[in-house]
Design a protein around this ligand. Sequence first.
Ligand code: ATR
Length: 523
Amino acid sequence: MALALSSTVAPRFLPMRLPKVCLALSGDTVEDMLATAESMAQDNPFIEFRLDYLKQPLAALPKIHRFLETHQYVTAIGTCRRADNGGKFKGSLASQLDVLTKAHAAGCQIVDLELQSAVKSKPEAIARLRSRAGLILSFHDFRATRNLDETLEKMLKIPADFYKVVSTATTLSDNVAMMKFLQTQSGSHALIGLCMGEQGIMSRVLSVRAGSAFTFGAVDANAGLKTAPGQVSARDLRGIYRIEQVDAATRIYGVAGDPIEHSLSPVIMNAALRRENVNGVYLPLHVKTLKSLIHCVREIPLHGLSITMPYKQAILPYLDNTDAHTTKIGACNTVVRGQDGKLYGFNTDIAGVVRPLEQRLSIENAKVLVLGAGGAARAAVFGLKERGAEVWILNRTAVKAQKLARQAKARTIKRADLRKIAFDVIVNATPVGMGNTRDCPLKDEEIQARVVFDMVYDPVETHLLQVARAKGISVIPGIEMFVQQAARQFEIWTGKPAPAGDMLRVVTIALQDRAAAQKQQKS
Ligand code: ATR
């Protein structure tokens, strides 16, 4: 049926220039697949049809054919990966080749065949397939990133139009190996390369810069619609990471932490880079060891890092120099790689605390109560003391409050004495209230001040802020701290003023979207 159809239509040729992102499309039925294709093709004119996900790929091809006939602008890859090689197809080798041949007849200008299937096939059969369609010869390593050059050497024995080498990143350093492989080999061969896994996200964005012909994006990376682990959605690759603009001159930044999946930093920082026309991209870096992170910083190279949990202190021994704030707080949240290759550490959490307050009142001589004595509290206490505030610290564990008070020349206060002082500002630097709107670090009657600043930013409106607002107190949500510490990082890296208003807007929208998605999941 598919072949009969094909003989009546003109062949669809491969465009000279392929888009940088190919949408990897799976689905249990061809109807699901095509409904997604229909809704996404306009923004994603390059689509891989994972025929192996379908129970009867051959029976689905006439429908795919009709879709491609009515969407002439779409460039399509037909893939029917065998279960042994990480796909779902369980038929014979002959039937796999038959599906691919007919996929081409149905309008897929390119077909993907695994190396393992190719070596078992007759060279004439592969040559016949390639005489019709563009051929991607692919190899997937689901365990590690190793022997990339040797793998390519084996693959080159079989003539193909593209050689696709996909490995699994178990450390960030694996991205460096993939990038070097692409840089050295892509001059001589048409390659597609990337690392799977959460630690391989960097390669999914940067591989095109290193020489990969294109990369793959998921339909929706959060909805179980990934066809490979660690896949980023095609929309994020283009919208957040601006992959079509990533080139050799693009500066690379990232946020290093563990876990990192839910970090909002990529959304806010990439929005700032785009807004200020900086040729840069900012990536989430799932760091398992600082050694592998430093390897990437030196080899890729990375120009700047945001450092988050649990590495703000552990990064210190790797830095060549640190600013006064980092030394005082004993933690670093910002790294710059200088032109000399040296690593400089900064702490912008102080700016995160001070800037939102400065916009509301004069900090000098203001009476401030800081709740907590951990890392966040240190930034608040030192920052506020530096600006001439009178600071009292209240902490669950009194000795920690006393220690911090001694270091910063601040005072401690007992909970029973809170009502004795008329505070201008209360800053919550404990995690109490995070993730819910019931917990509160103070009783309602203890919340008395002109301004209440909650460093907790998820939810946006904590119980503490709700009570304060109801009392007519001016409130500062934690996202302002998040935005201002990020804004200061942006300024350190780029030397440009940060678009803080835009950054606040995108992070507010991202938090609202996240809350709505969580609500939907629960219902
Ligand atoms: P961060 O870097 O976010 O400041 P941290 O260094 O672990 O995190 O510090 C958390 C602070 O919040 C500490 O002051 C902690 O009090 P303790 O010193 O007694 O541990 C405080 N904190 C955490 N959970 C708390 C809770 N449930 N009630 C009151 N204070 C809490």
